[in-house]
Ligand binder design. Structure first.
Ligand SMILES: *Cc1c(COP(=O)(O)O)cnc(C)c1O
Length: 391
């Protein structure tokens, strides 16, 4: 990396972090078992509960997002338990691998990449489970590898009709799209600091419903570090069982204050607005959208198929080297076939404009045919029309 360069992170996490959030993390260390920390901790938990739209318990873990996924699984799964994972991509597959690691009898219900969970298919599968052996259904709010937003409310309804626990990885979708934990009856939900929270990596969150607690109480914990029963014992004192990422907690506190000022409605609108601008720009550039249906197109990240003959990895590298704009690669079998633009968290219109300008210049410099300003104009047009969040 070049020195003193401000990179523009257009990736789906870690995201760009506001200066006041970074500065908050530079505060001198405090005792994590003190009144001072309790104030920070309780503010964070209360704020995150508000954003989760829940009265359920919310726990703060020191880990990346995957730790929160693992906490969900390890607290409800006993070896041999039947777990259904509705997967639409890489992160769904990760959920399945975690459940396998903890000895679950995992069944993957896989859907085509670029598409959302088909609730009809899920319903049919669950209807076959007449003995109600499936203990929980795991899925993503937003599948980051393909840029698909699931209809969490509809998926949860189907699962609840069966009776299994509803376990959602909301890590990349949270705050980019609405998620009503209580209204939609979500039993366990995972979130992480480095996505739309616009905080450095290091903290993760898990919410736990009454119904999930009933299962957890009967389950012998298979993880020591992520044992939520232990976390529950410490929570009333404003503490976590093990040393938390204190600096990241300071940053989280600062970020939550900013998010509170912006308000949830405005956050969702902003993400949709930026997504629409990115989608308009992609089309004008002559590239293809991996997710064609606007209904499921993620407000957090857009997956893009470049025009024929373009070497994706060379293109990403050129944009990075010459313009310090960081685009995300494709994952697994999509590597080299697509790239992704993250537009979540601390992202605004100028970032989208710069990204498309840099992509056009890069294409021209690499010898591809491109009309300078064309995709930028499409982005400008899209940005000049306001969006409303569908309710
Ligand atoms: C980023 C992300 C995660 C967590 O990844 P970590 O690297 O462990 O933070 C989990 N699920 C989804 C959908 C994600 O986008």
């Amino acid at each position: 990396m070049k020195k003193n360069v401000r990179q523009l992170l257009m990736i789906p996490g870690p995201t760009n972090v506001p200066v006041e959030v970074l500065l908050a993390g530079a505060k001198p260390m405090i005792n994590h078992r003190s009144k001072d920390f309790k104030i920070v901790f309780e503010y964070i938990i209360k704020s995150v509960q508000k954003l989760f739209q829940t009265k359920n318990d919310v726990f703060m873990l020191t880990s990346s997002g995957t730790g929160a996924m693992e906490a969900c699984v390890s607290n409800i799964v006993q070896p041999g338990d039947k777990i259904l994972v509705a997967t639409i991509g890489n992160f769904g597959n990760r959920f399945a691998k975690i459940a396998e690691t903890f000895g679950a009898d995992v069944e993957k219900l896989s859907f085509e990449k670029g598409k959302a969970i088909d609730t009809k298919v899920l319903k049919d599968r669950l209807a076959k489970d007449t003995k109600k052996e499936i203990k929980a259904v795991l899925f993503q709010q937003n599948e980051t590898s393909t840029g698909v937003l699931n209809d969490v409310k509809a998926v949860a309804e189907v699962i609840k009709a069966h009776g299994a626990l509803v376990v959602v990885d909301a890590i990349s979708g949270f705050l980019a799209a609405d998620l009503k934990v209580d209204d939609w009856g979500l039993d366990m939900v995972a979130a992480g600091s480095q996505k739309a929270f616009m905080v450095p990596p290091g903290l993760a969150f898990v919410s736990v419903s009454k119904k999930a607690w009933d299962v957890i109480e009967k389950t012998k914990a298979t993880s020591f570090y992520f044992n939520l029963k232990t976390a529950k014992e410490f929570a009333p004192d404003g503490e976590t069982p093990w040393t938390p990422a204190v600096s990241t907690a300071f940053s989280m506190q600062a970020a939550l204050k900013i998010l509170e000022e912006e308000g949830m409605e405005s956050m969702f609108e902003r993400h949709l607005w930026l997504r629409n601008a990115v989608r308009a720009g992609v089309k004008a550039l002559g590239f293809k959208l991996f997710v064609e249906d606007d209904k499921y197109a993620s407000p957090a990240v857009t997956a893009i198929i470049p025009a024929e003959g373009i070497d994706v990895e060379k293109f990403r590298s050129h944009v990075r080297t010459n313009y310090d704009v960081i685009l995300a690669a494709g994952q697994s079998e999509l590597k080299g076939k697509i790239f992704r633009i993250g537009h979540l968290g601390y992202t605004d219109q100028k970032d989208i404009l710069v990204t498309f300008a840099a992509m056009e210049m890069s294409l021209k410099e690499m010898g591809y045919k491109v009309e300078l300003g064309k995709s930028v104009a499409a982005v400008q047009e899209a940005l000049m029309s306001k969006v409303k969040v569908p309710v």
